[in-house]
Write a protein of this length. Structure first.
Lengths: 349, 323
């Protein structure tokens, strides 16, 4: 792959140059790959860490427990219950007439290991590589699923808050005048609402879910982009090419999105990685305080709280700390790489 | 030349409010354009000359309704464009286009040349797809550029080339009136000549009507059929080009013409040097705007505002001395 080519497709000169700039920033490039690897592993969490085997060969037939629910009677058991594959009795039944392949980690984030021979939280061992928490959940499984939920939450929150923030900033900056002043005062008032107290009050009334938390945080997160987009629009709207577009009869909507927004995009893009990080931290801190996702969900924040509650089990706190720092650092490195690649001063060469 | 009148401007005024204080109280007005009237005939090149900040550009933009006027009307083919609704105005924009002064600011740096020139075609639903590509190529050839430049971005071109792109964009809609807002003053002299020749060629080929705004009198003299000279928001003199340049009647025009450099070092002539600065358009002098710098001031100049009057055939001036 040469300069300015992605999957051997020739890109427009500007994009190609940016891609080249990004690639030549080794730290950002490597970080992106590490992050993507971790994220893909976590997306495939069900196949990496699960309480069910991947494949069972039993009595001459194949079974895929992750994709289909089987009853104990299917394997010669006595009850019409869903199979618990960790049960030594069932295990014996299956292995008698066949074999099974397990995922690398034989536990899901909410699997309670009843076969531990030490009290919980149990230290790292051959079966639990990072130990268990005080309820007998495998820490590594929690980390994998928790990573996934954090990143997905962060991404959704970032996308939605950017869309709202950019639109608001664009409208304010483009039209200016009274509209801008009214919006600006509203935003100042809105921003002064203490978010955390509001969330505490809300969660005491309704049970917070993934969607609800997203909406509550979205109510305040969109503010972060308004300022920078507004400023960019105030600058660009007076350029002559905007007047030229107006003289051609181009509609306001098209001028905003086709003419000004691309020019305001560099300043906006540099903010995105930090907004993504902020969103992840927001969810983690809510989980840490016990105001976040409902009990039983995998969460790095809750793992952190476990570490605080069980200082005699340092593997809990250390794991949570390491995974959070690695994730946030990787995202910042990628973000810095993107920002540098989009630096207009590097465009001229 | 008894052709149809394409554009007529009647007593147009544009005052920009100056706001100050906590409640943005209007503290005064910048009287950018203060009662300007003229007409342009079909196929004519009408020059609008004057020093900086005299209101030439504002007049040009008012004609395209990029600003709403404080007073007055602009009749395009007999219809006042300021009475048009949103949709009708969009349709009317097809017939009037503008070429900007600064070719570096007037092209969107994030759009390819093809997109820039093709946009008006799409906005007004003239052609699209393959046909649009062909039209864009044709337009580029018309302004003397190679069609393969379509995929490039504005920053890859020089000032003169960019101005050609700006011209191609203005011509895309085949407008009846083109406002050239100092189209060559940002270019260096050798390129200026090229662009002016291009504008002339295009006019001869397609029969456009130009309103040519410039502060460079030699450019105006070269290109236009009739000329109006503006001073502080008003027209002070209006005549056919030859008449104006050979027989300037207004003292301001006289002073302006005496400042035009002549490429002959042996020639000496009397240069009229105006005293002081142009007064502020926020608080212009009473009566004649030019009286503070005029060497022939009479008492009446500060009392009464001189009106534009026909002194010689088709030669108008606004001055108390000659009437």
């Amino acid at each position: 792959m040469g300069k300015g080519r992605l999957f051997s497709i020739k890109l427009s000169s500007r994009l190609g140059r940016r891609l080249y700039n990004f690639r030549s920033n080794k730290r950002a490039y490597v970080s992106l790959y590490i992050f993507l690897t971790l994220f893909i592993i976590s997306l495939l969490g069900e196949l990496v860490a699960n309480e069910k085997p991947l494949i069972i060969r039993f009595d001459g037939r194949f079974y895929f427990p992750i994709f289909k629910t089987y009853l104990e009677t299917d394997f010669g058991g006595d009850f019409e219950f869903e199979v618990v594959y960790h049960d030594p009795f069932i295990r014996g039944l299956i292995l008698e007439k066949g074999w099974m392949i397990w995922p690398i980690i034989q536990y899901k984030y909410d699997t309670i290991d009843f076969n531990l021979d030490v009290p919980t939280p149990s230290p790292p061992s051959r079966t639990h590589w990072l130990g268990t928490d005080d309820r007998g959940h495998d820490v590594l499984a929690v980390v994998i699923y928790g990573f996934r939920i954090s990143v997905i939450f962060g991404l959704i929150l970032t996308v939605f808050s950017s869309v709202i923030g950019i639109s608001t900033g664009a409208v304010q900056g483009y039209f200016g005048g009274i509209l801008d002043i009214v919006f600006q005062r509203f935003i100042e008032m809105w921003a002064s609402i203490p978010t955390l107290y509001l969330i505490i009050i809300l969660t005491s009334i309704v049970e917070p879910t993934f969607g609800l938390l997203l909406i509550i945080l979205l109510l305040f997160r969109w503010l972060s982009l308004v300022g920078v987009v507004r400023a960019e629009f105030l600058r660009v709207r007076n350029f002559e090419f905007v007047k030229a577009a107006r003289a051609l009869g181009v509609s306001n909507f098209t001028i905003i999105f086709r003419h000004i927004l691309p020019n305001a995009m560099v300043a906006t893009l540099t903010f995105l990685p930090f907004i993504l990080n902020g969103s992840i931290i927001a969810l983690t801190s809510l989980d840490f305080l016990g105001l976040g996702l409902p009990p039983g969900s995998p969460s790095l924040g809750r793992l952190l709280a476990q570490g605080k509650a069980n200082p005699h089990a340092p593997w809990l706190g250390i794991t949570a700390f390491v995974i959070l720092s690695v994730m946030l650092s990787l995202l910042i490195f990628v973000g810095e790489g993107v920002r540098d690649a989009f630096d207009p001063r590097k465009d001229i060469s | 030349m008894d052709k149809k009148i394409l554009l007529e401007i009647k007593g147009i005024k544009k005052y920009f409010p100056i706001r100050s204080g906590v409640f943005s109280k209007i503290a005064g007005y910048v009287q950018a354009v203060d009662g300007v009237s003229f007409y342009i005939k079909k196929g004519e090149i009408f020059g609008l000359a004057g020093a900086s900040e005299c209101g030439k550009t504002t007049t040009g933009r008012l004609i395209l309704r990029l600003f709403e006027p404080t007073e007055g009307e602009v009749d395009f083919e007999g219809e006042n464009i300021f009475k048009f609704g949103k949709e009708k105005m969009r349709g009317a924009r097809r017939n009037m286009q503008i070429i900007f002064q600064d070719p570096f600011a007037s092209l969107n740096p994030r759009m390819t040349v093809g997109d820039i020139i093709g946009e008006p075609l799409i906005i007004h639903k003239i052609v699209r797809g393959k046909e649009k590509e062909k039209r864009v190529s044709d337009l580029l050839e018309t302004v003397g550029m190679e069609p393969r430049y379509k995929k490039r971005y504005p920053h890859e071109f020089s000032g003169g080339q960019r101005q050609r792109i700006g011209i191609a964009r203005a011509l895309a809609l085949n407008p009846r009136l083109v406002v050239c807002d100092e189209p060559v003053s940002a270019l260096d002299v050798s390129i200026q000549a090229q662009v002016i020749n291009l504008l002339e060629d295009l006019q001869a080929k397609f029969g456009f009507t130009y309103l040519f705004i410039a502060h460079d009198l030699s450019v105006i003299k070269h290109i236009s059929n009739r000329v109006a000279v503006m001073y502080l928001g008003k027209i002070v003199e209006l005549a056919d080009t030859e008449e104006l340049f050979s027989n300037p009647l207004h003292p301001y025009t006289d002073a302006l013409l005496s400042a035009v450099p002549i490429a002959d070092p042996t020639l000496t002539r009397k240069r009229i040097v105006l005293e002081g600065d142009v007064p502020s358009p926020i608080n212009p002098p009473s009566g004649c705007h030019f009286r503070t710098r005029c060497q022939y001031t009479k008492p009446v100049c500060s009392k009464e505002e001189p009106l534009l009057m026909e002194i010689a055939p088709k030669h108008y001036i606004a001055c108390h001395l000659k009437s």
